[in-house]
Design a protein around this ligand. Structure first.
Ligand code: URA
Length: 232
């Protein structure tokens, strides 16, 4: 790739600042001063900027156990961002794969690979997301059977034109449900329970397709293995 692009990929420099750094003779390639932004370099080139070695960062895939009070958005608002919990270079390039509400806990995936992210979230891939849902009031007996049937059929949520895709509901105890969704509408779990007259008091995502949190503690993260990345 061109040297100016390499500088943009490995630093916070914009293309025009990278050219200025080259013009100011701040960049060495394999020990030689290089000023031409079109010079070709690759991952084997030893590039330094002001004496600092620069290395290309490949695509990254991370799983994180989101605690409460942390936000899955790209910009800092009231709450810290999930990616601020991840200690990797150029963490600002990582995007969450879908979102959890600020008060929802559990499995979040982050990546800078947009195509992979699309594969995980695309409803066509039928990648089930498993939630543990704690309800304010018990849901059992005939009401439970009715809820299981309505979730399996699909519900029309307020403000939506199409019903939800078939979802799987099972009760772990009268107030604790396991819900598997194959899509990700805004506040979907809370809105589905609201549609059947139930209030969600706690929500935790346990798994996305074949990936689950395992023993990852709240706030902890790890990079996915190559095998895990290849699952999607
Ligand atoms: N559904 C919700 O209502 N909230 C979440 O955080 C995830 C799914």
């Amino acid at each position: 790739m061109r040297l100016d692009r390499f500088l943009c990929e490995t630093t916070d420099l914009t293309r025009s600042l990278a050219k200025k750094a080259l013009h100011r003779e701040e960049v060495l390639v394999d020990g030689e001063l290089v000023k031409n932004p079109a010079t070709q370099v690759d991952q084997h080139s030893r590039v330094t900027w002001n004496g600092e070695p620069l290395a290309l960062v490949g695509l990254r895939y991370v799983m994180l156990h989101k605690p409460e009070g942390v936000e899955c958005s790209a910009r800092r608002g009231l709450y810290p961002l999930v990616r601020e919990l991840v200690d990797l270079p150029h963490v600002e390039r990582l995007q969450t794969v879908g979102r959890l509400d600020v008060d929802t806990t559990g499995l979040v995936l982050l990546t800078d690979d947009g195509q992979w992210s699309h594969r995980v979230t695309s409803p066509k891939r039928r990648c089930g997301k498993v939630y543990e849902v704690t309800l304010a009031e018990s849901l059992d007996g005939a009401a439970r059977n009715d809820a299981v049937a309505r979730f399996a059929e699909g519900l029309l949520l307020d403000g939506e034109e199409k019903p939800t895709r078939p979802a799987q509901l099972a009760m772990r105890s009268p107030c604790v449900a396991e819900l598997t969704l194959f899509e990700g509408k805004y506040h979907q779990v809370k809105r589905m329970f609201a549609a059947i007259g139930h209030h969600v008091v706690a929500l935790h995502r346990e798994a996305i397709g074949p990936l689950s949190l395992g023993d990852l503690a709240p706030g902890a993260w790890r990079e996915l293995t190559e095998e895990e990345v290849a699952l999607f």
